[in-house]
Design a protein around this ligand. Structure first.
Ligand SMILES: C[S@@+](CC[C@H](N)C(=O)[O-])C[C@H]1O[C@@H](n2cnc3c(N)ncnc32)[C@H](O)[C@@H]1O
Length: 322
């Protein structure tokens, strides 16, 4: 399992970039960028070096944690998956590239695509901190046009990117992402009902095109959750001092809510059920909401079923039960 916290060299690189910059300025820029995100404005306000750094300090730890959690779920189900190439679409400061490079020692080729020049400059500076990512190819432009020309990769990732597209663009981008995935496509979005809806739309479209879910779902059928319920997960991450300052927050950690789907070309047999909420672990029984191949169930594991109860007590929201 890869740690959800930023690797030490990335944390150090971000902190070093913050030296000589007013933290209040960075915090002010981060607040404006976050506000724009909340209003659905996307990353369009990230124009300068300071904006890019403020965005990375405020958001990169959380989006990194969400991508790592999704990749951990994928590798738990497919421990032998060893991609050699990565295509990171809407790469921003390189978050998913860092996460994938930490998860897969097999990765050799890293290609990143993004329309934002300030984020590309920052990503390239951060990559200089690790020999592993010295030779990345980071192409600047619109994802659709760049994808047309891109080589296929074993693993394609779109992290917190699809929500930035207009609704009319999403279907075409979904097809383009899948067309470049030699093995697996991972899409990660905020864990809101809207983020989940985007994941579900992508999932349904690509299953119809022959994809199979590797995680989180134990099946390729329609999602059994009914509105207002939605499938999402939560990953805790530690906040560094700089992270706290930029966010103007005191708590030493935060919980990132995210939704994701990993789709592969080959079907995985015997996919385990998934824990959909933090289980209620009492003295008499553990009650857990699970997504199973047969639908959503609340399973109750009594204490008298000793081995099962001990196993169920270790379940956490997002875990595979198998
Ligand atoms: C919220 S950021 C996420 C960055 C990174 N993937 C992460 O998880 O931290 C979304 C990124 O998608 C990029 N993006 C959005 N729409 C795009 C498009 N049509 N073509 C290329 N890049 C796009 C933005 O420039 C931005 O860097």
């Amino acid at each position: 399992m890869t740690s959800p916290d930023l690797p030490a060299e990335l944390r150090a690189a971000l902190n070093a970039r913050l030296e000589g910059l007013s933290r209040n300025d960075a915090a002010g820029r981060a607040a404006i960028i976050s506000q724009t995100y909340r209003e659905g404005g996307g990353s369009g306000t990230i124009r300068t070096e300071t904006d890019a750094l403020a965005y990375a300090l405020a958001r990169m730890p959380a989006t990194y944690a969400a991508v790592v959690a999704s990749l951990n779920a994928l590798t738990e189900i497919r421990p032998d998956f060893a991609p050699a190439s990565l295509l990171d679409v809407g790469a921003g400061p390189g978050t998913a590239t860092w996460a994938a490079s930490q998860t897969f020692t097999s990765l050799r080729g890293f290609t990143l695509l993004d329309a934002n020049g300030a984020l590309r400059t920052l990503a390239q500076e951060l990559f200089q901190r690790t020999a592993r990512l010295h030779d990345t190819s980071y192409q600047l432009g619109q994802a659709r046009a760049l994808l047309d020309k891109a080589d296929p990769a074993d693993l394609v990732v779109a992290s917190y990117m699809i929500g930035e597209l207009g609704e009319s663009e999403r279907a075409a981008l979904t097809d383009a992402l899948w067309s470049k995935a030699r093995d697996t496509l991972l899409a990660v979005e905020p864990g809101t009902p809207a983020g989940y809806a985007r994941i579900i739309a992508l999932r349904a479209r690509l299953i119809a095109a022959g994809a199979h879910v590797t995680a989180p779902c134990p099946h390729d059928g329609a999602c059994p959750l009914v509105t207002p319920d939605w499938c999402h997960f939560s990953q805790r991450l530690q906040r560094s001092r700089a992270h706290k300052q930029v966010k103007g927050a005191d708590a030493p950690f935060e919980d990132e809510r995210f939704a994701y789907v990993a789709l592969s070309r080959a079907r995985v047999e015997n996919r385990p059920s998934r824990v959909l909420a933090q289980p209620d672990a009492g003295k008499v029984e553990v009650a857990a909401k699970l997504c199973t191949p047969e639908g959503v169930v609340v399973t109750k594991v009594p204490r008298r079923a000793k081995a099962d109860y001990a196993r169920a007590r270790r379940w956490r929201w997002g875990d595979a039960t198998g």
